[in-house]
Ligand binder design. Structure first.
Ligand code: NAP
Length: 289
């Protein structure tokens, strides 16, 4: 069986079109577009590219996206002061601080300072807590939300399915497992200390690979007919972008598979736009008398 390709580019375009319509409705109703502030400290080349993309794509759908590029020497106190100002600014609906931060700034102190209602990356403990408790109303990290949309678009039945998530980071693995659990999958989380990862992966009806290790998962680790979501992004020896899954080998066994690039990657930004619109709508709904 040759797997069907889950085309993240096409699905992300669909999400962006939906957001564009929602943004236009919001702007017409409230006299301003939703606002997204992307905060970058330093000049890490990958982070510069990511943040510029986020600013550009948000403006393309009508969101007022703004990149705040701060010098590498910015102190933690200066960054916290900026976040406090953005929290207080009524025209700002979403705040995203690009990670990783320089070593002299404590990541937790910064993430915890973002108002939960504006935390479009879903990394504040309040939002992580709501997700873990299975309570609605919070904001979840964009990459796993994008993965869930891919699964929905493929029409994968999650209730009762065995799902395996490889990776337990706060950005991808953990929230991914929570979102799958909320859809009634039976979820296992694997990590670097997991014994016999191959045997665990072979049980997965839905396999989400988020280890960041090039081609960690071989073709014979895939259950026949599984859905494979490859979040990993690494460079191989030739400098080519590759995922955690041996794509060519796995596509002979899977029913659905995401390519790298062109799978999960485009969905992350699309989910950020969606989260900004949702955050804006939720904030104005709360302010209504
Ligand atoms: P991370 O914080 O480094 O976490 C990696 C996780 O994988 C950890 O939980 C680690 O286990 C686990 N792991 C590492 N080696 C393993 C192995 N050999 N076997 C089993 N588990 C292993 O990375 P992340 O931020 O979650 O990102 C993961 C990957 O996704 C990276 O390649 C990243 O570039 C990519 N990513 C892509 C997007 C996108 O938009 N496409 C977005 C975010 C991330 P321990 O906890 O035991 O260390």
């Amino acid at each position: 069986m040759a797997a069907k390709i889950l085309d993240g580019k096409a699905i992300a375009q669909k999400v962006r079109d939906e957001v564009r319509e929602g943004v236009a409705r919001f702007a017409a109703a409230h006299g301003r577009p939703p606002g997204l502030e992307v905060v970058l400290v330093g000049e890490d080349p990958a982070s510069v590219t990511h943040t510029r993309n986020k600013e550009r794509v948000s403006n393309e759908v009508g969101i007022r996206g703004r990149l705040r590029a701060l010098p590498a020497g910015t102190t933690e106190a200066e960054l916290l002061a900026l976040i406090a100002a953005l929290n207080a600014d009524d025209a700002v609906d979403g705040i995203l601080v690009q990670l990783p931060l320089p070593g002299h700034i404590r990541e937790h102190a910064v993430l915890d300072a973002i108002a939960p209602a504006k935390d479009v990356d879903g990394l504040h403990p309040v939002n992580a807590g709501l997700l873990a408790l299975g309570r609605p109303g919070g904001l979840a990290p964009c990459t796993p939300v994008g993965c869930m949309r891919l699964l929905a678009e493929a029409g994968v039945e999650l209730a009762g399915a065995r799902a395996v998530v490889v990776g337990r980071s706060h950005l991808v693995g953990r929230p991914m497992a929570q979102l799958l659990l909320a859809q009634h999958a039976t979820v296992a989380i694997a990590h670097s200390r997991t014994r016999d990862l191959r045997a665990i992966c072979r049980e997965a009806d839905v396999l989400v690979a988020a280890a960041g290790k090039a081609k960690l998962i071989g073709g014979d680790w895939i259950k026949e007919g599984a859905t494979v979501i490859d979040v990993g992004m690494s460079r191989d020896d030739a400098g080519k972008l590759v995922g955690d899954v041996d794509f060519e080998a796995a596509r002979g066994r899977a029913a659905w598979i995401t390519p790298v690039p062109g799978g999960v990657g485009p969905m992350t930004i699309a989910s950020l736009l969606e989260a900004t619109l949702r955050a804006a709508e939720a904030r104005v709904a709360k302010q209504r008398p």
